[in-house]
Design a protein around this ligand. Structure first.
Ligand code: BEZ
Length: 252
């Protein structure tokens, strides 16, 4: 699967019933993530965290789906353990579907197996794959982790913020960027107004801004970004480090 490929419209059994991927997604974004086995420690902490963060994914119009090579019955039993691990109210439901791939059809079709890691019977384990799928059903991002390294779901939310911002705006997000909400930007604007030494455009500088991609010529950049473009002087004299304030996002 390469970035930009249409994600296969697979059919599967899940803890939320039978699903067909494209119908399940509808107009939403999706994150399909696999884990090696049910009832394992790292996977339990990961799905616990994903369940806690589920409202954050919903806020971003993202549907989560987990997958492993265990059966529906095992998924239902393990979901209860995960909710108990989270100290959730007794009887509360695990918030998103877990796909049962006990015949290993999907993990093979989607290239999710890690040939380096084997289970007790010598079968390759499923890697910790993360596939982010856009509303156009195309693959927007994929990350592969080995079984021994748990994922960071705050990072998955962060990359979704970047993917959604850059899907609607011709900008790129720099290292460690985090989305700025309108409340944050309002407070920042007030602070800048109150601070005389900050008046010279610090709102445009690193930490507050996103990058103008190299594909946009200088003449076009000025028109495209009326909030301003700050270009950092560099020893090479090349004007490629260009910042502009983060455009508005849907997340207010
Ligand atoms: C785990 O989830 O804890 C795990 C699963 C397979 C290999 C190593 C760790």
């Amino acid at each position: 699967m390469l970035l930009g490929d249409v994600f296969p419209n697979f059919e599967a059994d899940s803890t939320f019933g039978k699903m067909k991927l494209h119908d399940f997604l509808g107009d939403s974004w999706g994150v399909l993530f696999s884990h090696p086995r049910d009832f394992t420690p790292v996977c339990t902490t990961e799905l616990g965290r994903a369940a806690q963060l589920s409202p954050e994914f919903i806020k971003r119009n993202v549907k989560l789906m987990a997958l492993s090579v265990d059966s529906l019955e095992e998924h239902h039993g393990w979901s209860k353990d995960i909710m108990a691990y989270n100290n959730a109210e007794p009887g509360s439901q695990f918030p998103f579907p877990i796909i049962a791939d006990d015949r290993r059809e999907l993990v093979e079709r989607l290239g999710m197996l890690d040939p380096e890691e084997k289970d007790r019977s010598g079968m390759p384990l499923t890697a910790r794959c993360v596939f982010v799928i856009g509303p156009d059903k195309k693959l927007k991002l994929s990350i592969l982790y080995p079984a021994t390294t748990g994922r960071n779901f705050d990072e998955i939310l962060r990359v979704i913020d970047s993917l959604q911002l850059t899907a609607h705006n011709r900008v790129a997000t720099p290292v460690d960027w985090r989305v700025r909400t309108s409340v944050w930007r309002l407070m920042r604007a007030v602070l800048i107004l109150l601070s005389v030494c900050n008046v010279c455009g610090s709102a445009l500088k690193p930490g507050n801004s996103v990058m103008v991609p190299p594909s946009i010529p200088e003449t076009e950049a000025a028109a495209l970004f009326p909030a301003g473009v700050y270009t950092k002087d560099l020893p090479s004299g090349k004007k490629y480090l260009r910042y502009t304030p983060q455009p508005n996002t849907q997340q207010q």
